[in-house]
Design a protein around this ligand. Structure first.
Ligand SMILES: Cc1ncc(COP(=O)(O)O)c(C=O)c1O
Length: 353
């Protein structure tokens, strides 16, 4: 690695650092005690995002995980079953939280691209009988992280949502990267949000804020969510300093997600020319790279990349994930392609055993 070149960190879009302008917004934030409802900057953020999503109310929360977990808590009762995609964040990456926090069973459904279909719901529902748990909630993830930042098509989400509502099943949308779905398709946030009872969105991913997510929904649901957040220790005091960063991110880093998507496509195009690797064409900012050649060992590949100043995440035994974001430019993408080419060349030069 050339020590004068900075590391290109594509492990996640959560690794960004606040820009000087964002730090200024943080420094200048007008704050108050938000547990008393006194922080004007938090109120402004909640009002703006509720309006953007076409919902009555919003609640600022410390993390996407807490937002998802509070939503499940507010939309279910203990003993209920929750329909979700097997590799959704709520099912796969939240430590069994829906069981631990809400007393719910998960009903996972494997899909090819991350989106549940109305038929999945129909197949999962059982006759209303005293022996069985009731499915009262379906969760959608958009964009879908595990499946490579795939966008759930709006008409498919609408079909699922209509089928759920017809059966009295509520819908939560994990929209940690809904911003990316919106920029990639031109579909406004409020159109996606209309398909769900609650929507969680993160500021700490592509939008580049250091901390913060938000849950939107009906006033009564968000009122209940506020109580759960407090019980779980998520009531925050002069948190306008974070809300200011999120407002700055909304104003300055939303439209530019198109740059991340363009760079993800450029990265994929570069990787597509490297023998031994297979790349999944990205829809947004997540690029999945399959180690096709048998000599491409995941650990060795990660080590080789790190030695060249490039960081990506392991995703499954023969897959790597690279996520573009605010802190990576075109030159960085070029360096990642070069590093992958060098590592693939080096490892595949050794005859496979
Ligand atoms: C789809 C999705 N949902 C929820 C989360 C949780 O967000 P947080 O890390 O803020 O808890 C993540 C985090 O990566 C995510 O990718």
């Amino acid at each position: 690695m050339n020590p004068t070149e900075p590391v290109v960190d594509l492990r996640s879009d959560t690794v960004t650092r606040p820009t000087p302008e964002m730090r200024r917004a943080i420094a200048e934030a007008v704050v108050g005690d938000d547990v008393y409802g006194d922080d004007p900057t938090v109120k402004e953020l909640e009002r703006r995002v509720a309006a953007l999503a076409g919902k009555e109310a919003a609640l600022f929360v410390p993390s996407g995980t807490m937002g998802n977990q509070i939503a499940v808590k507010c939309l279910t009762t203990p003993g209920d079953e929750v329909l979700l995609e097997t590799h959704s964040h709520i099912n796969f990456f939240e430590q069994g939280g829906i069981a631990a926090n809400s007393g719910c069973l998960s009903h996972p459904v494997e899909t090819e691209r991350g989106m549940l279909a109305p038929e999945d719901l129909a197949a999962a529902l059982r006759a209303d009988d005293d022996h069985v748990a009731r499915i009262t909630l379906a969760c959608v993830e958009n964009t879908h992280n595990w499946h490579g930042g795939t966008v759930a098509p709006l008409d498919r989400v609408r079909e699922l949502s209509a089928a759920a509502r017809a059966r009295g099943v509520r819908v939560h949308l994990d929209g940690a990267r809904l911003w990316n779905a919106s920029v990639a398709t031109g579909v406004p946030i409020r159109d996606w949000a209309a398909t769900a009872d609650t929507v969680m969105m993160c500021f700490s991913k592509g939008l580049g804020a250091p901390i913060g997510s938000i849950l939107v929904g009906e006033g009564a649901t968000i009122g209940a969510a506020r109580r759960v957040r407090k019980r779980w220790g998520g009531g925050m005091r002069q948190v306008g300093i974070l809300a200011a960063a999120c407002l700055h991110a909304l104003d300055h880093h939303f439209e530019r997600l198109a740059d991340d998507h363009r760079r993800a496509r450029a990265l994929a195009a570069g990787i597509g020319r490297i023998p031994g690797l297979r790349v999944v064409e990205p829809e947004t900012n997540i690029v999945m790279i399959d180690l096709e050649h048998p000599a491409l060992d995941r650990v060795a590949a990660l080590r080789g990349l790190k030695a060249r100043g490039v960081l990506v995440s392991p995703y499954g035994s023969r897959r790597l994930r690279a996520v573009t974001h605010l802190d990576v430019d075109d030159a960085g993408i070029g360096r990642v392609v070069e590093a992958l080419e060098a590592v693939a060349g080096e490892l595949t030069a050794v005859p496979a055993r």
